[in-house]
Design a protein around this ligand. Structure first.
Ligand code: ZN
Ligand code: ZN
Ligand code: ZN
Length: 369
């Protein structure tokens, strides 16, 4: 990403804020800050760092004075589109921000802003109001440019390579957490700088979609849900495959086939103009028709970019329509309590002509040892 990329993003964010009826954006450290101006402080602390973006004005970044040299070197500041200033210990940084913004304005505030900072803004700006950025501007980061899609594809390829190696390792007789450690190691070997999750749900644990990885020893005959991802070059991966230790029985095969069919149908429904909720409906219809509707207990997918969960959400009630450049997961599942679970997840991008998968590895059930 170049200085100009960040300059464009900040300008566009200012315009989008105005279109959404907001006076501007106040963004503290986290994915939105890094995406908007390229600055990622080494630590997120109680000392306030805040980026203020208002339509038609130069963006301003307030940082603790001891971090000012680092902030000054960030890519967004390089273009001159960003004015960086520092505040010293003992000063009131909220009063400083109050000097810049409209006292009665309604601002979009980054979702991850600490409550103590929001309370500080409210104290210094008693007439102000706030909206969570993901609700006020859900489209801010949702449509990716070609560089971003390329990075997501590279992260997807690294996840594919991780999967292809993990299925060659033994499962039976090892603990879930041992397989999870292998997943994390492989993601790093394939270029991930950050591993966000390594879910290994064996047997009945697979029926809990967010089971992490525990002490359970994987047995012959287990279904095992593997859901893993993180960040590579600042962009996310998130893949799920369900494998079986030894030969699966007829019901395990059947449930896996249904989930695979649902995932394929949802993928084929992706094209510009389709509402997010319709992708969810397509997946759900397949699973319901097969008699397992009550066991598909989560939404079909979520957006992905500089974080691994972000808008758009493929969920009933989400009327937002797909736009070329959106990138999201498609991850239907069936969870049979006390028995096993199956989930299949790929990252997909919407193009002019339909969906394109950013995970290419096979979706058939792998038999592991
Ligand atoms: Zn089995
Ligand atoms: Zn996942
Ligand atoms: Zn996911």
């Amino acid at each position: 990403m170049t200085c100009e990329d960040y300059e464009r993003r900040m300008e566009r964010a200012g315009r989008a804020a105005a279109d959404a009826g907001l006076a501007g954006l106040i963004v503290t450290p986290g994915p939105d800050l890094t995406w908007l101006c390229g600055y990622r402080p080494t630590a997120v602390t109680e000392r306030l760092t805040a980026l203020v973006i208002e339509p038609g004005r130069r963006a301003r970044l307030l940082v603790p004075v001891l971090e000012q040299p680092d902030a000054q070197r960030s890519a967004g500041a390089g273009a001159g589109a960003l004015e960086v200033s520092g505040w010293a210990d003992g000063a009131d940084p909220y009063a400083e921000v109050a000097k810049w913004v409209a006292p009665e304005g309604r601002y979009g505030l980054s979702d991850s802003t600490w409550a103590m900072h929001l309370l500080g803004f409210q104290r210094s700006l008693p007439g102000s109001a706030y909206a969570a950025l993901s609700e006020g501007l859900p489209m801010l980061r949702a449509v990716k440019d070609t560089h971003e899609v390329a990075r997501l594809a590279a992260a997807g390829a690294a996840a594919d390579a991780t999967y292809e190696e993990i299925v060659r390792l033994p499962f039976g007789g090892r603990r879930e957490c041992d397989v999870a450690a292998d997943l994390a190691r492989l993601l790093r070997e394939h270029g991930h700088s950050q591993v966000d999750f390594t879910i290994v749900g064996s047997g009945p644990n697979g029926a809990n979609p967010h089971h992490e990885a525990g002490e359970r020893v994987i047995e012959d005959g287990d279904m095992v849900v593997l859901d893993f991802g993180g960040l590579k070059d600042g962009y996310g991966s998130d893949t799920t495959r369900t494998v079986h230790v030894g030969q699966p029985d007829a019901e395990e095969r059947k449930v896996h086939d249904i989930v695979r069919e649902a995932q394929q149908a949802a993928f084929e429904a992706v094209r510009p103009g389709v509402a997010c909720q319709d992708i969810d409906r397509v997946a759900r219809k397949v699973i319901k028709a097969a008699g397992y509707g009550e066991y598909f207990i989560h939404r079909t997918g979520h957006g992905i970019g500089v974080t691994t969960h972000e808008p758009p959400y493929l969920v009933e009630g989400e009327h937002l329509t797909l736009v070329p450049g959106m990138c999201f997961s498609i991850e239907p599942g069936i969870y049979l309590p006390g028995r096993f679970g199956v989930r299949i997840e790929d990252i997909v991008t919407c193009t002019e002509s339909g969906g394109r998968r950013l995970n290419e590895t096979g979706r058939e059930m792998a038999v592991v040892r």
